[in-house]
Ligand binder design. Structure first.
Ligand code: FRU
Length: 442
């Protein structure tokens, strides 16, 4: 299959969760779950890439690899300006889950780099946090200025629980509280994120807690709830919402810093799904990241809802939009393109097809948008996903080799799907005359 044109994928091998997102000296670091030995999940390590603009990525050698039967599972990195952990001023410190299989045991570990993330040394005192459990993973750590401490949120996956810890030195962790479960749908919690976000159009800020649910949750499994965090406990506003209604946006975490002018952090997710990822055909590499998206909250009656906006540097990759009218006639489509259908048009279906017979059907009616993915060669991919999209709301369709991301309703609706339209020639047609703005990679 052809490689994505404007999404990050490793040159070879299995890639999944983003890990260790940290920014330093003008560089965005992105580590990720990576198998240096092949295209299947296993021997998990932290692959590593850097970017100066969140668009062009340079893949570096893996940052952390399996050793003595301990794999490197998901986690985060921080920039330790004050040398609180003793690894050196401005050390980059990774907080990851060490995972052993026989017997199953997961515990939290540190590694540090003092050369801008080029080389890493595991801490000799690992693990720094161990509950002697089989499923205790995915620490997300950030500096909480108000309480002057490091905060970690981490999950007891099999029990659908998330726990908050505090630390002054990243090495000694005190359990502070537990996030309320609030009857969350689905089972097996992974990859938590606790982050403060700006509320659009105001000076207000509110916290968001996100957790991924491996099975049984609506959408991709990324659930979130807003609330307040006082340095000890998170108090949820409730109820749960779904961050992305597609089937392939998982394990997203954020660069906690830096923020943009509106105070928005950036996050990124793995465009994959453990339910079928292992069944996708081999092609030398497997898995890609979503587009980076800026995060904020929007007031909606009594609720606050997450809104996501594709990083402006990605928008800038695209040339000016050519207005087109799509009809039943098939037109050739450049595989890496961005499509904005007329928001006034009430109901339509756009079909994107490849000569091999794979299709994506995107349909809009007065209240929702749905994507039907049809794949005669990989039946596990056959499915329909739907998201609310009010009449008149905007919609942008980001199309690339391997993926389609729909963002609409000014960022409130997101729907991400992988696909395998892997021919160079694609066609697009609509079931009625439909005005669209179509732009190609410049
Ligand atoms: C989520 C996940 C994490 C774990 C990692 C292992 O995709 O299952 O919970 O740390 O992948 O690769």
């Amino acid at each position: 299959m052809m490689r994505p044109r404007y999404h990050f994928a490793a040159a070879a091998n299995w890639l999944s969760d983003p890990n260790g997102l940290v920014h330093d000296a003008g560089e965005w670091h992105m580590a990720y779950q990576y198998n240096p030995q092949g295209e299947d999940w296993g021997h998990m390590a932290w692959g590593h890439a850097v970017s100066r603009d969140l668009v062009q990525w340079e893949e570096l050698p893996p940052a952390l690899v399996e050793e003595d039967g301990t794999m490197i599972f998901s986690g985060s990195s921080v920039f330790d300006h004050k040398n609180s952990a003793g690894f050196g001023i401005n050390a980059m410190v990774a907080i990851y889950t060490g995972a052993r299989s026989e017997p199953p045991h997961q515990f939290q570990c540190l590694a540090a780099s003092t050369d801008n993330g080029r080389t890493w040394a595991k801490y000799a005192g690992n693990p720094v946090l161990d509950r002697r459990m089989a499923d205790f993973r995915d620490p997300n750590v950030f500096w909480h200025a108000v309480s002057q401490q490091w905060i970690m949120v981490v999950v007891l996956s099999a029990e659908n629980r998330a726990v908050i810890y505090g630390s002054l030195d990243l090495k000694t962790w005190e359990e502070l509280s537990e996030i309320p479960t609030l009857a969350a749908p689905g089972h097996l919690w992974e990859c938590p994120l606790l982050i403060e976000l700006p509320v659009e159009g105001s000076a207000d800020r509110r916290w968001l807690f996100k957790v991924d649910v491996l099975s049984g949750a609506p959408g991709s499994g990324a659930l979130y709830v807003t609330g307040i965090f006082d340095g000890r406990a998170f108090k949820a506003d409730g109820p749960w919402h779904v961050a992305d209604m597609g089937s392939d946006f998982y394990a997203a975490i954020a660069w906690h810093e830096p923020r943009d002018a509106q105070g928005r952090p950036c996050w990124i997710g793995w465009m994959g799904n453990h339910a079928y990822q292992a069944k996708l055909p081999r092609q030398g590499w497997r898995g890609a990241m979503s587009l980076p998206r800026r995060m904020a909250l929007r007031r909606d009656g009594d609720c606050l809802r997450l809104v996501q906006a594709v990083e402006p540097a990605v928008e800038a990759l695209f040339g000016s939009a050519a207005p087109q009218t799509l009809t039943l006639v098939e037109k050739p489509l450049v595989p890496a393109s961005r499509m904005v259908p007329d928001a006034v048009a009430k109901s339509w279906t756009i079909e994107i097809g490849a000569p091999c017979g794979r299709h994506l059907m995107i349909s809009r009616d007065g209240g929702s948008v749905r994507v039907q993915r049809k794949d005669p060669f990989t039946p596990d991919l056959d499915m329909v996903r739907e998201a609310p999209l009010p009449a008149g709301a905007d919609l942008t369709i980001w199309l690339d080799h391997g993926s389609i991301e729909l963002l609409g309703d000014f960022g409130r609706m997101a729907l991400t799907m992988q696909h395998r339209l892997d021919d160079a020639e694609w066609t697009v047609r609509a079931d009625r005359p439909l005005a669209v703005q179509l732009s190609k990679l410049a």
